[in-house]
Design a protein around this ligand. Structure first.
Ligand code: SF4
Length: 480
């Protein structure tokens, strides 16, 4: 699974925003490693530095010094919609008749092509095939005819899909979350300003304090002078559709998202995994890194129930190998698993082993791991997964593989167990996910594990009453 993107926006009272934005992007690096960028505004003009690469490589001290202004936005990206090249790196910035605009987007629109076609007919020229540029052009067009809040509302009434955006319009920084709240966005307070960001870990990095999550359908406008913010609930929706995979896999364990600390959720999921499908074995091993909290919760629940199971760190991770998912071919992915994980033989040899992971996508990692553990002397290898089986692709900004590539798309659990050569295999139930997040299933996006999505996606089922907006019917009355 590819991580999507991380966004940030900052308004400060009396110092340049470039450094705090840069530190925030470091804190969000796990959300995107392909490109990084910052756009600031000094009250007179917009400054931008966006390049392909990791945050530490993209910015040098001179770059940061050139990003003047106490307000700005930033972005780290793993491409989801649009090409894998610099034209889609963000923040997307543009200057137009009523000012300059910068946009950082996390998520994926499902009707971007319709809006792009319509705007192209009005004479808009696009420089990329990404959906962020579509939002930027739509907003720019609406800003010609309406004030900021009404223009954002109008764009929100036209775009359909998942989005958490930080936007700069001249030196005004704002954040907006789609009406279903699919992607995370929160507000934090600093000593001398305010920050909007994908994850609260970035606020911690700046010694700030998490105030709250941005509400689904809410626009938060930071005061230009860094003294506060205004909130506008632009769209009310009956149900939310928070991506449960943020808590299972994507987000940092030290982040709090939608009122839940990710680490505690993962431990609770591990405990539920034991309750639902605990298996007797000598040792339980996490698949690093995200399996760690699941495995500690699983082992704790096992020990509380009287089972004699040892928790051990039996798999060592080489931290200098990129995420296996980034490797473009199957052959490279298989090699990367071997490069990335190495078993500690003494914790495994002659033992029955349970490994705890957060997901199985293509099955490549699991198959390789089980082979590694058996080569290292494990007598049995049981696999427990802290999420339901992924049976369908994600259209909301997570590039997890096509349906053809997903091991669980058309196989039973027994067939998957057989394919990965595990002695037993179990997944966590959807009910356990909802309980651990203290949410109803109708408040979550479960598209990839149920095949029913919270948006109107061509050719797919929905789990609620949603319709994509009719495009090609621009009227300003819709604003009010
Ligand atoms: S389909 Fe899955 S990964 Fe995508 S947003 Fe929904 S829950 Fe998250």
């Amino acid at each position: 699974m590819h991580e999507k993107c991380g966004v940030v926006g900052i308004a400060l009272q009396d110092r340049d925003a470039a450094r705090p934005l840069y530190y925030s992007l470091y804190a969000l690096q796990h959300r995107g490693q392909e490109s990084a960028g910052i756009v600031t505004h000094d009250g007179f003009q917009q400054h931008s530095h966006v390049e392909m690469g990791l945050v530490g490589d993209v910015f040098d001290p001179d770059d940061l010094a050139s990003l003047n202004g106490s307000n700005g936005i930033g972005h780290v990206r793993y491409p989801t919609a649009g090409s894998v090249d610099s034209c889609c790196a963000q923040p997307f910035s543009v200057s137009f008749k009523s000012g300059s605009l910068g946009l950082s987007h996390n998520g994926n629109l499902v009707n971007a092509d319709e809006i792009r076609d319509e705007l192209a007919n009005f004479g808009h020229a696009f420089t990329s095939d990404g959906d962020t540029e579509v939002i930027a052009h739509d907003l720019a067009r609406n800003l010609l005819e309406a004030d900021l809040v009404r223009a954002v509302k109008r764009t929100m009434s036209r775009i359909h899909g998942s989005y958490a955006l930080t936007i700069s319009h001249d030196d005004t920084v704002m954040g907006v979350r789609d009406p279903e709240g699919n992607r995370p966005l929160c507000i934090g307070k600093l000593d001398d300003g305010y920050v909007l960001t994908s994850e609260s870990a970035a606020i911690d990095t700046l010694d700030g304090e998490l105030i709250r999550d941005v509400k689904p359908g809410e626009l938060v406008v930071l005061h230009d002078d860094g003294t506060g913010f205004d909130s506008y609930q632009l769209v009310e929706q009956e149900n939310t559709a928070h991506c449960f995979f943020e808590h299972v896999y994507f987000a940092r364990p030290d982040s709090t998202i939608d009122d839940n600390l990710v680490y505690e959720v993962r431990r609770e999921l591990g405990r539920k995994l034991w309750d639902e499908s605990g298996v007797d074995s000598d040792v339980v091993l996490p698949v690093p890194d995200s399996g760690r909290a699941f495995a500690s919760g699983y082992a704790e629940a096992a020990q509380e129930s009287g089972a004699d199971i040892e928790f051990a760190e039996g798999l060592m991770k080489n931290r200098y190998v990129g995420r296996t998912f980034i490797m473009p071919t199957q052959d490279e992915r298989e090699r990367a698993v071997r490069l990335k994980l190495n078993p500690i033989k003494s914790t495994i040899e002659g033992k029955t082993v349970t490994i705890i992971d957060d997901s199985i996508v293509r099955g490549t990692t699991s198959t390789q791991l089980i082979e590694l553990l058996k080569d290292a002397g494990a007598e049995e290898v049981h696999v427990r997964i802290g999420a339901p089986a992924i049976i369908s692709p994600c259209y909301m900004g997570i590039d997890m593989a096509t349906r053809d590539e997903l091991i669980a798309a058309d196989r039973s659990i027994e067939e998957i167990r057989d394919k990965i050569q595990a002695d037993s295999l179990s997944y966590l139930s959807v009910e356990a996910i909802a309980q651990s997040l203290d949410k109803g299933q109708d408040e979550l996006c479960l598209g990839c594990v149920t095949g029913e999505y919270p948006y109107d996606i061509e050719g797919e089922e929905t789990d609620r009453d949603v319709d994509r907006p009719v495009i090609g019917d621009q009227t300003m009355e819709a604003d009010d």
